[in-house]
Design a protein around this ligand. Structure first.
Ligand SMILES: NC(=O)c1ccc[n+]([C@@H]2O[C@H](COP(=O)([O-])OP(=O)(O)OC[C@H]3O[C@@H](n4cnc5c(N)ncnc54)[C@H](O)[C@@H]3O)[C@@H](O)[C@H]2O)c1
Ligand SMILES: [Zn+2]
Length: 362
């Protein structure tokens, strides 16, 4: 049975629902007519996703009596530039978008981040909804209201917090997602279990492969749990003053790997898989049992994610350079996320040298 699962994100007057239901894409129009008190939709999507699902979305909006226009941006992180953001503003102005307009992001995390930043800033903020179409975006990126574009100097350097009014997830769209993208998305699912949900981790140890194989129940369960973890954390710390940073488990080194490889070469989930292995090993120092390190590494390995870091001096030089630019440093310190046990993470301050354990003396 394809029952709907709804996860609330509790943020006072910015609260919203994450709705997960196979086949729900074609119902988007009718729910939007109820949820958003605006009359016109501007759909932001990417070339590939627009070709696959654009018509279903616009037909659904039309059936619900919502007028819409569509803005198509490039696939992947090429969409996340100031030039693309500027193009969106041009298009919004040209089609007379006003405060009765809302944006609908239909695509992966890149489209969501771009459209969200446009929604956060156009007319000082218009409503928006997320229709994520990758596993990574459904399990993680679409929830929590972080939006951004990249700067040549670094990823996500220009952004804003702007919560969507609704996150509408149709897991069936994952059928057209390349296998490598599915595996990459699994890394965020594993991450949420590792930092917060030991039962989910145990479930993954039994059922993990069923998710990238797109078993309907397993996908729904994995999405529901990952989203619930993120919703709970964001509900307690919307703007990352504290525990929201736990969601960055594996991301400090992960981002450095992405930057060092030139963005796009290594997928986000692949990089954070390596970052999680690194952070799990480091967590031995604060008491994570060796057995739990092994459990994390073998789960990632089983999912076809990389677990062996390129460990040459040249590589560490590149990671060091990338880490030196990390925007999350405060007073020169990194806040690395470490584990006491599976399901219990904490923030631990360390210097760049401690982080790299003296590898590649500069
Ligand atoms: N805002 C957040 O909290 C947050 C969290 C994590 C990641 N992100 C951002 O998300 C981005 C990565 O997102 P992503 O992994 O979804 O990658 P992506 O958005 O680049 O999408 C990956 C590729 O899959 C294609 N695609 C998307 N849906 C498809 C479908 N259903 N069928 C076939 N092809 C499809 C896209 O066109 C693209 O080529 C990064 O820019 C990252 O910074 C944001
Ligand atoms: Zn991530």
């Amino acid at each position: 049975v394809d029952a709907a699962r709804c996860v609330p994100v509790a943020l006072g007057d910015r609260s919203y629902t994450v709705h997960i239901e196979p086949g729900c894409l074609r119902e988007l129009g009718s729910v939007l007519a109820r949820v958003v008190d605006a009359e016109r939709a501007v759909v932001v999507t990417s070339e590939r996703v627009g070709a696959l699902y654009g018509a279903v979305v616009t037909e659904s909006l039309a059936r619900a009596g919502l007028g819409s226009s569509t803005i198509v941006v490039p696939d992947g992180d090429r969409a996340k530039s100031l030039a693309q953001l500027s193009d969106i503003f041009d298009r919004l102005v040209a089609c007379g978008a006003d405060r009765d307009t809302f944006l609908v992001a239909v695509g992966g995390g890149a489209v969501g981040d771009l459209a969200g930043l446009a929604a956060a800033t156009y007319l000082r903020g218009v409503p928006w909804v997320q229709v994520p179409t990758t596993l990574l975006a459904q399990a993680d990126a679409s929830v929590g209201g972080k939006t951004a574009v990249n700067h040549p100097a670094g990823k996500n350097l220009i952004g804003a917090f702007h919560q969507p009014r609704l996150v509408w997830i149709d897991p069936r769209v994952l059928r057209t997602l390349p296998a490598r993208e599915l595996r990459s998305g699994m890394a965020e699912v594993v991450k949420s279990a590792v930092i917060w949900d030991p039962q989910m981790f145990a479930w993954l140890e039994v059922h993990a492969e069923r998710v990238p194989a797109l078993d309907t129940d397993a996908v729904a369960h994995a999405l529901e749990r990952a989203v619930a973890v993120k919703a709970e954390i964001v509900g307690r710390d919307e703007r990352e003053g504290g525990i929201r940073a736990l969601l960055n488990f594996g991301h400090t080194l992960g981002h450095a790997i992405e930057a060092a490889s030139g963005f796009g070469e290594v997928l986000h989930g692949e990089a954070i898989s390596l970052g999680m292995v690194f952070a799990a090993r480091r967590s031995r120092r604060i008491g994570l049992p060796a057995r739990d390190v092994d459990r994390i590494v073998s789960l990632l390995e089983r999912l076809g994610l990389p677990v062996v870091l390129a460990d040459t001096p040249a590589q560490w030089c590149a990671y060091r350079r990338a880490l030196a630019h990390d925007k999350k440093r405060r007073d020169g310190l990194f806040w690395m996320v470490l584990l006491r046990e599976i399901g219990r993470a904490e923030l631990s301050p360390c210097t760049l040298d401690e982080m790299l354990e003296g590898r590649t003396a500069a």
